[in-house]
Structures are given as structure tokens and as C-alpha cells.
Design a protein around this ligand. Sequence first.
Ligand SMILES: *Cc1c(COP(=O)(O)O)cnc(C)c1O
Length: 238
Amino acid sequence: MTTHAMPDADTQATLKQNFDTVRQRLHAAAEQAGRSVDAIQLLAVSKTKPIEYVNAIAEQGQTCFGENYLQEALEKIEQRPDLTWHFIGPIQSNKTKSIAEQFDWVESVDRLKIARRLSSQRPPEKGHLNILLEVNISDQESKAGFAPEEVLDIAKEVQTLPNLTLRGLMTIPAPSDTLDAQRQPLAKMRALLAQLQQQLPDAQLDTLSMGMSGDLEAAVLEGSTEVRIGTDLFGARN
Ligand SMILES: *Cc1c(COP(=O)(O)O)cnc(C)c1O
């Protein structure tokens, strides 16, 4: 049996506490939404945090981890190839090869060119790479992602790529303070996925990745199937 490096006892206790609190929030939000908590996956966003933190959260039963920065991610994946890794950061086209080789999911596809490269660089023996299209739902100039109007045409193109499976949509909405304000863009995402499912009935469009530390509850109320939690699991980042 391999043993994994752990943080000090205090940090381990804090991480366990954080994990329990996030799971409780997920349970409460699912109950309020009248949904099964099993329909909502937790992605632990470990960017900037050391492998010891990943190991401590994995020990709580967590298997899916999200990373934004490729070099940092590759070092962690090498140590924990047994975990499921999602790439959620900005993608430079000269970095697609490692991403295609090392990850199980890519959630931040924001250009067709990137999807084409990921498909051609995915080693066939690894099976299909799961893809989400990132949507700029709040129409922020500073944010990556397709405009909602583009998504159907892009999805049709991505579906033709041989080594990818298009699984759904991801978004990072503009931040808002109140639950009602948070829900508005997330409701648009839910409608957009429903429209896509109707137009592409043969596709395996089962994933709506939305909800972060600050809007987990709003996202679950609006049908999120995957919340991406960094700060509230691992602590604040520098
Ligand atoms: C960092 C990040 C998260 C986690 O955000 P927190 O607010 O720390 O929970 C989620 N999604 C993406 C795409 C991120 O870059």
C-alpha cells in the first residue's frame, strides 16, 4: 500500500472540518431544491495548494479535483494518478497536448480550435476526453467563454470530433451578493443546457458545472450537477 504525504495534524483537522461543512451545505441546498445530493458532484479545486492538501481531502473520500495551472497540475497528477482530474483554467493552444494526455475532463473549452487540438492530441488508448463548453453567461468583457447564442453551433462541431465526448456546459458568472441576483445567470445556463439537450438528443449532455464557494446554494437551486469549490475547502489563496 502506498502512503501519501499529509499536512500537519492541525491542517488535517481543518481540512476535514472544511470538507464536512461543504458536504453539509451541499446536502442542505439539495434538500431545499428538492433534488438528490447524489445528482451533484463536488469538484475540489486545489489550485495553488500543495499535494499534501489534496491527499488530506482525498482521504475524506473525495475523488475529483480541479486545477487551473498546467505545470502545477501535472506535478500533482503524477503523484495521484488514481484521482480524477479536471482542467478548469484558461487554455493556451501550445499547452493542449499535455492537457489532452493527462486530464479526464476539460471544462474551460472556449474556442473551437482548442477542442480540435484536444481531440487530435488525445491518446486513443485513454478513451474519450470529457469536454464542457465554457459560457460567458454574464457577458463580461474580461471573461472567457462562448456567447450563449454561439453554443449550439459550437456544440454541433465539437460532437463531430472523434476523441472527445461533449458532456455539457460550465460557467463563472459575474459575482453578486444576494441569492436572487446570483440565481439569474445560473437560470439562463440551465435553460441553455435544456435547449442543447433538446436540439442534440443523442448527445450525452448530463453536466452543468456551476457554483463556487460563494454561490453554491444558488447553483444547486438552478440545477447545477457539479459545484467547483476551492476557498471553502482548502482555505483562502494568496
Ligand atoms: C478557482 C476556481 C474555482 C473555485 O473558486 P472558489 O471561489 O475558491 O471556490 C472554481 N472554478 C474555477 C473555474 C476557478 O478558477
